[in-house]
Design a binder for this molecule. Sequence first.
Ligand code: ADP
Ligand code: F6P
Length: 323
Amino acid sequence: MKIRRIAVMTSGGDAPGMNAAIRAVVRSANAKDVEVYGIRRGYTGLLSGDFERLTNREVSGILQRGGTILQTARNAEFKTEKGQKRGLRRLNEQGIDGLVVIGGDGSLTGALALHEMGFPVVGIPGSIDNDIWGTNMSIGVDTALNTILDAIDKLRDTASSHERAFLIEAMGRNSGYLTLMSGILGGAEIVVTPERPIELEEIAQALDDAYMRGKSHAIAVIAEGAKHKINEVAAYLETHPCGFEVRVTILGHVQRGGSPTAFDRLLATRMGVHAVDELLAGRSGVMVGLDGRSITPVPLAEVISQKREITESYFEMAQILSR
Ligand code: ADP
Ligand code: F6P
């Protein structure tokens, strides 16, 4: 079947670089005389038929903007077969021949459902968490990491002036990727991730050791998904002092915003172009992933059935370099 009209949507948590991906999808498709429609608010807009034509002009000036011009949402109804059938019907009503879904694990699970119902779909990994299997990096991860590092650097300034320990919470849902990497690159004394649960005594001990070694301050990066949440750690340190005075900073959604870095713009642009190429080549049910230096299609069924593990050696690196 010749593809004449495709649609693109962003779904789940937004990530810096999603706009760059939308722009690349629109302009590379238009260059091949394929019309593009944007679906507003992810699967919510799909179900309500909220489609709008995107020409090259609609995607002008968005390359450098965080967030997503198409907006995004979480939609429980689309998880049901009834919802998915309704979504398929909306795509047919609009004369859409192929769909690009930009989002995280959940969004890509929805994309796979459409593919299994016979609709051509290609996924693009967009999530700051870097928890998507089949790609070295997802869109938004690099920008989020840089945002966290900027915060850690600033907190280190004040921590060292006051001889304090800072507990800093990083996002990532159930993944400790952002925590581990920002811990290594921000020079943290300890990182606490869901992948390697650490007991409260050990966290206190690591900070106390840093104090005893003569450090002027200490940084602990704690993942939001860690076994012991940041406030629990802070409460424990009140009754088990570690030498330093303790302060808590929860970075929160600031990690999801901001202008995408050069890395994210490039990754998003390449993935957007490749996603269109995949659809036009007649492929479906795949996600475009970063494999070494190449953008490669990976079956969505594999992507959502596997767990992306953190490279083990980074944990050792974090520990050795914190001394
Ligand atoms: P992310 O895509 O960032 O992982 P979510 O997990 O919230 O974010 O998923 C985004 C949306 O994808 C959900 O609100 C839902 O509409 C759709 N989705 C998630 N899981 C499934 C599923 N198992 N089947 C179909 N659609 C799903
Ligand atoms: O998946 C991205 C993410 O920012 C996670 O790191 C975090 O757990 C979650 O989304 C927060 O979701 P919400 O925007 O619904 O608060």
